[in-house]
Write a protein that binds this ligand. Structure first.
Ligand code: NIG
Ligand code: FE
Length: 389
């Protein structure tokens, strides 16, 4: 692979404070050299070394590709009617997941994969270069395992979420379902996944059940992450910190003890404002978490029920407008924050040695992602040093 010099960059977000200004390591009038799929050099355009090829960014901003560390993209069908009813006043509940479970079970492998690639392509065009995705709409041994097999063809960040809700087939005996999720289903799923997750919530799994799911997964070598404190206050966040989960996701209803727990540990708080937008729920308080010193990630939660958006720029705009984040913080959380939530150091930054995953914006700076909400600002996407969009 030949080396490429991307020159005449307006503002370059490196996320490396050693390279530029502030936590985003901002460089004005910048250039980047990509070589062999990684970043070889970042700095002022005037100091740039030569490369085989030259690409003119025309004064536009360049940011690391978005790291969407939370999505649910292996599913079939949609939930338009449920969304419509919600926007007429009906509340969101975990029960709607059953609709997608039925459609997903009825779909062929080809249909599920076509659906997944459709939403991945949509996300890529909006600047997402790494994404995590989960099972959780199969809820049988075979359906969960196939969801993970399909996901693993498209990303290394695959999460086993057999514990999304209690399978409708076990409505009378939730304990037996937890046994399945921690036993035979886990055995079938663990080889295809990196992470184990549980929806710890009223109407899904309580603290004890969630602990059983996560510790069983950990015993099989999976690393925990938790759907925590989305719809109500509950034990999810503190359980996540106690088990040193990579991430506690949603974090919408937090007590001071929850915030203190997050601040004391290394668990990232992943905020998913698409869910609050699409369920008309109260916003998570990003400012409170940031002021407490918690590492915050920002992701889409893309799924057909609670957050049917694949757009990280949309989530950035919401986080800035409604969650108390500055534009710089929101962009950091959607790139470096997502990488931290996936315990990755090779992505989410544009400094030497990082993966050459980046977006060129149709704007002079990254601030426009919040300043110009709803405008398709992602003009080019490069993955591993090659232009993908
Ligand atoms: O993260 N909270 C649990 N799971 C999804 C919603 C899934 C659905 O409604 O289909 C979420 O919001
Ligand atoms: Fe989710």
């Amino acid at each position: 692979m030949s080396s490429t010099l991307i020159t005449r960059i307006g503002t370059l977000v490196t996320n490396d404070p050693a390279l530029g200004d502030g936590p985003l390591g901002l460089i004005e009038d910048a250039a980047l050299v990509l070589d062999g799929g990684t970043v070889a050099w970042a700095g002022r355009a005037a100091d740039a070394p030569d490369a085989d090829e030259r690409h003119d960014a025309g004064g536009r901003a360049v940011i690391p590709g978005f790291v969407d560390s939370h999505s649910h993209l292996v599913f079939a069908g949609d939930r338009t009617a449920e969304f419509n009813a919600r926007m007429s006043g009906r509340a969101y509940s975990a029960g709607g997941i059953r609709t997608t479970v039925a459609a997903t079970r009825a779909a062929t492998d080809e249909e599920l994969e076509a659906n997944l690639t459709h939403y991945l392509d949509e996300a890529l065009r909006q600047g997402t270069t790494t994404f995590e995705t989960k099972s959780g709409y199969g809820l049988t041994v075979a359906d969960e395992a196939r969801a993970l097999r399909i996901a693993a063809r498209h990303t290394e960040e695959v999460t086993y979420l057999g514990a999304h809700i209690v399978s409708p087939d076990f409505a009378e005996d939730p304990a037996a379902y937890v046994e399945l999720v921690t036993g035979e289903m886990l055995d079938a799923c663990a080889p295809h996944a990196r992470w184990v997750d549980v929806f710890c919530e009223k109407g899904a799994f309580d603290g004890d059940q969630a602990r059983a799911v996560l510790t069983a997964g950990m015993a099989k070598g999976l690393v925990p992450r938790v759907h925590a404190n989305q719809l109500t206050y509950g034990p999810g966040v503190q359980l996540a910190v106690e088990l040193d989960a990579a991430s506690a996701d949603h974090c919408t209803h937090l007590t001071q003890a929850d915030v203190d727990a997050l601040a004391s540990g290394s668990t990232v708080a992943t905020l998913l404002p698409g869910a609050e937008f699409s369920t008309r729920a109260e916003w998570p308080d990003a400012r409170r978490l940031l002021d407490a010193g918690v590492t915050v990630a920002l992701s889409t939660d893309c799924n057909p029920g609670s957050s049917f958006t694949s757009s990280v720029p949309f989530c950035i705009a919401l986080a800035v407008r409604d969650m108390g984040m500055t534009p710089d913080e929101a962009v950091w959380s959607a790139t470096a924050g997502g990488a931290a939530a996936l315990r990755r150091t090779d992505i989410g930054r544009l400094s030497p040695g990082a993966r050459a995953d980046l977006a060129v914006l149709d704007a002079p700076s990254h601030v426009h992602l919040a300043y110009r909400p709803g405008v398709p600002l992602v003009r080019e996407v490069w993955r591993r040093g090659t232009r993908a969009v």
